[in-house]
Design a protein around this ligand. Structure first.
Ligand code: HPA
Length: 265
């Protein structure tokens, strides 16, 4: 039985890990609901693939059960999580088709569960987010990209909106002024809960369009899916390369941030 457990959370356009034919479905019960995912072995890794929006993209961003997803990964012993996220680009140097290993986020969500630590049990936890994405996992993704010659942008600020609507041009203008590079609807609270649970978590953001008004055309979900289809083969190669390069536990401090989990859950 391989000891290292890694998860891939697939976002829009990434619904199955097609490279691995021997995957089987597993279901994990958590205090927040049960979660289904695919499990397979790759080299010395046990890998779990979880489709964030459900198999047929049936769950909108504001209804994803983020707490159950992260709790399920924690319960089965996953330590490392690579997530994918389709995003609009606010930055003209990050055109559609680019892959970005993001390093910061701005939270503009409004009514999602924000934390495992609701304070009901008297436990108040303020988690450090100076370095929101696992630095060692980010470096592993970047060097895996270098090895397979997949161009990656190193760093970028992801602005997370509540969705499910796309943004207004005024909102995009504001986000640009704030230093945002990309806009999406799902990275928060996923990244927050992952850190609270002590997981090493990092996101590969896939730019599928220029954000509202930058391209001059109205935005559609089918345009997002079309570009995702184009980048999917490169993304599959990158994910496989990342799995090849994960050799053990990282020496980062992500695990220490999980010291209170699951007490407050
Ligand atoms: N805005 C928000 N989420 C997105 C976009 C966008 O332009 N493109 C893909 N996901």
């Amino acid at each position: 039985m391989p000891e290292i457990k890694v998860a891939i959370i697939g976002g829009t356009g990434v619904y199955n890990q097609s490279l691995f034919s021997d995957a089987h479905e597993v279901s994990v019960d958590t205090p927040y609901g049960s979660v289904s995912m695919m499990e397979f072995e790759y080299n010395e890794l046990r890998v779990y693939f979880l489709a964030r929006h459900g198999g047929g993209h049936s769950v909108p961003p504001h209804k994803v059960n983020y707490k159950a997803n992260i709790a399920a990964l924690k319960i089965i012993g996953v330590e490392t999580v690579i997530s994918t996220a389709a995003v609009g680009s606010l930055n003209e140097t990050i055109p559609p088709g680019s892959m970005v290993v993001i390093d910061q986020f701005i939270d503009l969500t409004k009514q999602r569960p924000l934390t495992f630590f609701e304070g009901d049990d008297g436990l108040v936890v303020h988690t450090d987010f100076t370095c929101p994405y696992c630095p060692e996992l980010r470096q592993t993704i970047l060097s895996a990209g270098g090895r397979i010659k997949q161009e990656l942008v190193d760093g970028g600020c992801y602005v997370c909106t509540e969705g499910p609507r796309f943004e207004t041009p005024a909102e995009i203008k504001m986000m640009k002024q704030w230093g945002g590079d990309l806009v999406g609807m799902t990275n928060v609270p996923e990244v927050v809960l992952a850190r609270e649970a002590g997981l090493c978590y990092s996101t590969i953001a896939l730019s599928t369009n220029y954000a509202a008004e930058i391209s001059g055309e109205p935005l559609t979900h089918s345009e997002v899916l079309e570009v995702m289809d184009q980048v999917k083969p490169g993304l599959d190669r990158l994910l496989t390369a990342c799995l090849e390069d994960i050799k053990g536990k990282f020496n980062c401090s992500c695990r220490e941030s999980g010291q209170y989990w699951p007490k407050g859950s």
